[in-house]
Design a protein around this ligand. Structure first.
Ligand SMILES: [Zn+2]
Length: 462
């Protein structure tokens, strides 16, 4: 082939080995690496070893399994060539439990291909996508040289909260340092809409207790003489929002990055049926901060939510009391660049200044994690967009996600690098549910897209 290039050779490598790769990923998926169940501890270890061996086979001779107090972490790297950007690829090889087993059409650890769809626990979350990353790198290793320096970190505790990952990252900062992290552990926007996800929301939490009399009081004897803590809590909570949905806490929005016009345009370009969304949720109307679309509200605007509240007598029948106390749990989804502590300060001072008379207030502050964002004009975002367009022959979507992924916060706070979420699963592929599956078309194209991405990044995009 006269016009063969290093990239076309890498892509040919992938295209000519599709069947082989499906067989291999099926083998990986037969290992029931369920991190939540201690009975599967040795299976989790076996999956780590499988991955390590496969990385060695792919040419990553330094691949290793690092012990942690929990499940091991698999590492590998392509070595360091000066002048090339360094990319850290993260994924997880543990999976969710499988019950209820009877709801599976095929046994969860007997990977089955039907209509070009691969059914197995872990097929899309995340072993299939981990293997997809591996073969994309292998394609370069076997046909020439990777155009970037690659480092891999695959953990076995993602499904149980990444218990030992943060400490591991703290202990290996020098080793893990990179210009960019890339994670394939999320869905695309929807079928036919491959997406670059460049922002996540953060989280902060608090619990409040409104204290009245020293114990529940007889409402016939004392009712009318003291403030009822349940009433006081209801007033306090009502004061947190304006009727139109905006958060009423002074300073709550102070550090919020406004949405860039090009982001609003990108979100507006996505198909989104508000009426279908409403009816799926079975609410009479959607409600949220005025001036923003639903996608803007859930991806790029902060929220303050009461997650639970309780007070007084909750049993059967009546109990005529003035309750001694009333309680609420509150969390906020935060957006870049809100500082979780500043937000808690603002809420606490709002609560104290709005506290009705006759009761006291105790506030217990919880853990916080900031939101994260890779600016939409970051060269890596552009590179991912071009890679998607080259392989999918359709425009890449720009999306953010409303949830939080702790490892992304760790990469941002500890390693000071941005993260691209480049997932190739579909939102309805049953992550964590029976009949988890992965469309093989996206397995193939995902690997090809990643292979192209490495070239784009190597060509100076980062
Ligand atoms: Zn996952």
């Amino acid at each position: 082939m006269a016009d063969s290039t290093p990239l076309s050779e890498a892509l040919t490598y992938l295209a000519s080995r599709r069947e082989e790769h499906v067989e291999e990923v099926r083998d990986f998926l037969t290992i029931p690496s369920i991190s939540a169940l201690s009975a599967h501890k040795s299976d989790v270890a076996r999956a780590a070893q499988w991955l390590k061996d496969r990385l060695v086979k792919a040419g990553f001779v330094d691949a290793r399994v690092d012990a942690t107090p929990g499940n091991p972490i698999v590492r590998a790297s392509s070595g360091h060539r000066a002048g090339l950007p360094t990319i850290l690829v993260y994924g997880h090889y543990d999976v969710q439990p499988v019950d209820p087993l009877e709801s599976w059409a095929h046994p969860p650890f007997s990977p089955t291909v039907e209509n070009n769809i691969l059914y197995a626990r872990g097929s899309s979350d995340d072993k299939g996508q981990v293997f997809m990353q591996l073969i994309a790198a292998e394609a370069w290793q076997k046909t020439g040289q990777l155009p970037v320096n690659l480092k891999f970190i695959f953990e076995g505790e993602e499904e149980i909260g990444s218990v030992h990952l943060e400490q591991y990252v703290l202990d290996h900062q020098e080793d893990l340092k990179a210009d960019l992290a890339v994670i394939s552990d999320t869905p695309m926007y929807q079928d036919g809409y491959p997406a670059v996800c460049y922002g996540l929301r953060g989280l902060t939490s608090l619990e409040i207790a409104v204290q009245g009399p020293y114990q529940d009081l007889h409402s016939g004897v004392y009712g009318g003489a003291v403030q009822n803590p349940a009433h006081a809590l209801a007033r306090l909570i009502a004061s947190l929002h304006h009727a139109d949905g905006r958060v009423a806490v002074e300073g709550f929005y102070d550090e919020v990055d406004p949405l860039a016009p090009e982001e609003r345009k990108a979100f507006a370009a996505l198909p989104f049926d508000e009426e279908a969304y409403r009816s799926e949720l079975r609410v009479p109307a959607l409600h949220g901060e005025p001036g923003y679309t639903v996608l803007e509200r859930i991806w790029a605007r902060p929220t303050l939510e009461v997650n639970g509240l309780w007070s007084g007598f909750l049993g059967e029948g009546q109990k005529t009391i003035v309750p001694a106390s009333a309680h609420a749990k509150i969390t906020c989804r935060l957006v870049p660049h809100q500082n979780p502590n500043h937000v808690l300060d603002a809420i606490e001072s709002h609560l104290r200044s709005h506290l009705p008379p006759g009761v006291t207030l105790a506030v217990t502050r919880g853990e916080g994690a900031p939101g994260s964002i890779t600016p939409i004009d970051h060269p890596a975002v552009k590179a991912a967009e071009e890679a998607i367009e080259r392989i999918y022959h359709s425009p890449a979507s720009y999306i953010r996600m409303g949830g939080s992924i702790p490892v992304v916060v760790g990469f941002q706070e500890i390693l000071h690098m941005p993260t691209l979420l480049l997932g190739f699963a579909l939102p309805n592929e049953n992550f964590h549910a029976p009949n988890e599956h992965f469309h093989l078309e996206n397995f193939y194209r995902g690997a090809e897209t990643v292979a192209v991405l490495w070239e784009k990044l190597g060509a100076g995009h980062v």
